[in-house]
Design a protein around this ligand. Structure first.
Ligand code: MG
Length: 358
């Protein structure tokens, strides 16, 4: 298949999904004949621009694309690459219909969601317009930043006191310092005892990687990030070997991989999903049918949060990605600029809702 066909076909699938279905409305897989008829109709509509699309039908027939169980998608392997979640902007009105009468709570990852991914992680600044948008969101909805960065670092980027923050992959949670949701009582550090160990590992990793050009080690208080985005690809394995050699000495720590980064953190049963659950409970929203959490994130660590919301069945995960990926999220946005558009529409929807214009 040519690259052009791939792009066109992916676009077609995306269009089809957006116009014909949504995880919020479809509760069980469509019958195979119905699914084939719908897809064939969609292809017929597009036949002038796309040729030879039978493979899409066959691929879609073997996926769980139209089920409410995105978890299964993760087990489908490489054949699942084609799946793109519907655009959260494309089905915005539908999402808002589902949210009507409910308290929306917003959870936002930082890197790659509010800010672009950049070569130097210390330069991952968010734009002033994004900051203003997030502030508007926080004024209208309880809003939390959930990041792998330590609290101090992510706060230095966001600089908004109106938000809840869950830094260090949710291991450092603090309430807003100002604004309508001001709440100093929300405070949790479930990995406090690991601080000396993390400090030690940070120093060791600095030493071990200093001879690898481009490798940087970031201390994120309760976890350590080893960035290799600027390392020559031929030396990526050397970075991994060095990190693994250090990890052998610390069985109470575990390593996960993000976007060109290796994350070392305590082996405790805590992640971004647990942080979301903790915050919802702290806010008095746990197990309430009239609450709709929305989580937007771009990385593997955000999947834990997507899964929590998917399992609860009352929240929405939105994956930020310009390529289809296996994910627990229900919807997608392509990049931070689309995240900003979505958040602006969310605020506008709230205003119109309050004025009774919806
Ligand atoms: Mg991210």
């Amino acid at each position: 298949m040519t690259k052009q066909n791939h792009v066109l076909s992916t676009s077609l699938v995306s269009t089809f999904i957006s116009s014909n279905s949504s995880p919020t409305t479809i509760k069980k897989p469509l019958a195979a004949t119905t699914l084939r008829r719908l897809i064939t109709t969609a292809i017929a509509r597009k036949k002038d621009s796309v040729n030879g699309c039978d493979w899409i039908v066959d691929t879609l027939m073997t996926t769980t694309l139209f089920t409410r169980s995105p978890t299964r998608d993760l087990d489908l392997g490489a054949s699942n690459w084609i799946v793109r979640r519907p655009s959260a902007l494309g089905v915005f009105d539908e999402i808002m219909r589902a949210a009507n009468g409910k308290q929306i709570v917003v959870f936002l990852d930082y890197d790659g969601t509010l800010s672009p991914i950049v070569r130097d992680p210390d330069q991952a600044f968010m734009s002033d317009s994004m900051r203003a948008t997030v502030k508007e969101v926080a004024v209208n909805f309880p809003t939390a930043i959930v990041s792998g960065r330590c609290y101090d670092k992510v706060y230095s980027f966001v600089r908004l006191g109106e938000l809840y923050y869950a830094g260090s992959h949710g291991m450092d949670i603090k309430g807003p310092s100002k604004g309508p949701n001001k709440c100093q009582k929300v405070h949790l550090q479930p990995a406090l005892e690991f601080l000396p160990m993390i400090n030690e590992v940070y120093r060791t990793l600095l030493e071990k990687t200093k001879s690898i050009p481009g490798a940087t080690v970031e201390h994120n208080k309760f976890c350590v990030s080893v960035h290799f985005r600027c390392v020559d690809e031929k030396r990526w394995s050397t970075v991994a070997e060095q990190v693994r050699s250090v990890m052998k000495e610390y069985p109470k720590l575990r390593m996960t991989k993000g976007k060109k980064v290796l994350e070392i953190r305590p082996s405790i049963n805590w992640d971004k999903g647990k942080a979301v659950e903790f915050l919802l409970e702290s806010l008095g929203f746990a197990n309430r049918k009239d609450v709709m959490p929305i989580y937007i994130g771009d990385d593997q660590t955000d999947e834990d949060a997507f899964k929590v919301l998917g399992d609860k069945g009352n929240g929405l995960g939105i994956l930020v990605s310009h390529i289809p990926k296996a994910t627990h999220a229900f919807y997608s946005l392509e990049e931070p600029s689309e995240v900003m558009n979505f958040l602006r529409r969310l605020v506008e929807w709230k205003r119109l809702n309050q004025r009774g214009q919806l």
